[in-house]
Design a binder for this molecule. Structure first.
Ligand SMILES: [Zn+2]
Length: 372
């Protein structure tokens, strides 16, 4: 497992998270910078003096463009410097407009005065910014199994893939009516999704949290439980993870070559934050479920579930109960019971998001961890 985790640390960031294009052009008196940016990306424009320059920042984004652009209009030279775009000016400018939409950030500069530029640069605050602040954190719900993979099947014929989808939809409604996060689901119907595809789904969207829902079978086990990534904490956890991970043998992650040292260190910091976030979420889940539904003893367990292996997205897997137990099966068939679970999980997610905002974002998605 250790070498697998190390390998995962070097996975390149999905292209969706990067700045992938840059054009600088003169249009009459206007100098225009156009960047191809991810939707919802946070951005900031800062003016600075000695020498006069404009800095364009996209916190946490990787730049996948050439490191310099030919000058145009009032920009003498443009280049990437310390994770941001630096525009060196040949004459003072004023900001005409700055706007992001449809995957493009367009910044227009027009001729200005030296005094006006000095005012822009005073205090080092952003002269324009957008994105991030208005976009709520994204929670990815992952109903297990689907399509040709029914998951566990109860004695009365209840299929895991159906109850977990119904529960995820119920949880989605709870979260959406709360208005404190966005929600995306790895599947919204009865279709097969490979395990690696589920992880990638969350990473590509820079999810704040990944919650996988299951209701597996395990002889003699009853009640809800929650799993985070780790060496299997017990036999039951190990057996569950092994069975789940067989869901798609072919869908394994391809491991890149050994990463440069610095990258490995950065990623190990990200992984540590992710682990802390995952454990905190598991504790919230246990606390919120406890009053409402029967729990498996040692409710928070660890196991090497494939779907929990994103290095940069905190993740938990909730076993809502065991279809191998007739009482759990009967409960999971009832919409009221699933609604109770969804309400409790909704509280856990809201509580987790609240704490995350108070403590500030963990490492999140530092730039410079990408191979690209
Ligand atoms: Zn399952």
């Amino acid at each position: 497992m250790a070498s697998l985790l190390l390998g995962l640390a070097a996975l390149p960031k999905p292209a969706g998270a990067a700045v992938t294009g840059a054009t600088l052009e003169a249009d009459g008196p206007v100098t225009r910078l156009i960047l191809a940016v991810p939707d919802g990306a946070t951005w900031r424009v800062v003016a600075a003096r000695s020498p006069n320059r404009i800095l364009v920042e996209l916190p946490g984004r990787t730049w996948r463009i050439r490191s310099s652009l030919p000058g145009a209009g009032r920009v003498r030279a443009a280049r990437l410097e310390r994770g941001r775009m630096r525009l060196d000016l040949s004459a003072p400018v004023a900001l005409r407009s700055a706007q992001a939409s449809g995957g493009r950030l367009v910044i227009e500069l027009e001729p200005g005065t030296a005094a006006g530029f000095a005012r822009l640069a005073a205090g080092g605050r952003a002269i324009a910014e957008g994105g991030g602040r208005t976009s709520l954190p994204l929670v990815v719900l992952d109903p297990g199994h689907g399509g040709r993979d029914p998951g566990a099947i109860g004695r009365s014929g209840t299929q895991e893939k159906r109850v977990v989808l119904a529960a995820a939809q119920s949880l989605r409604r709870v979260l959406e009516s709360g208005g404190r996060c966005r929600v995306a689901m790895t599947r919204t119907n009865d279709r097969f999704v490979p395990l690696a595809g589920r992880v990638e789904f969350a990473r590509r969207r820079e999810a704040a949290l990944f919650v996988s829902l299951h209701a597996d079978s395990a002889p003699g086990a009853r009640g809800a439980s929650v799993y985070t990534l780790g060496e299997s904490s017990d036999q039951l956890a190990g057996a569950l993870a092994r069975r789940e991970n067989l869901a798609d043998r072919a869908g394994g992650l391809r491991l890149p070559p050994v990463p440069p040292e610095v990258q490995a260190i950065l990623m190990s910091l990200v992984r540590a934050e992710t682990r802390i976030g995952s454990a905190r979420m598991a504790q919230q889940v246990v606390a919120e479920l406890r009053p409402d539904v029967p729990l498996l003893p040692n409710t928070h367990r660890q196991a090497g579930f494939m779907v929990l292996k994103a290095p940069d997205v905190p993740a938990v897997l909730v076993e809502m109960g065991f279809l191998s137990d007739p009482r759990d099966e009967a409960a999971l068939r009832r919409p009221e019971h699933r609604a109770k679970l969804a309400t409790a999980l909704g509280r856990a997610i809201h509580g987790w998001l609240d704490q995350r905002q108070h403590t500030g974002h963990p490492m999140g998605h530092p730039s410079g961890t990408s191979l690209g």
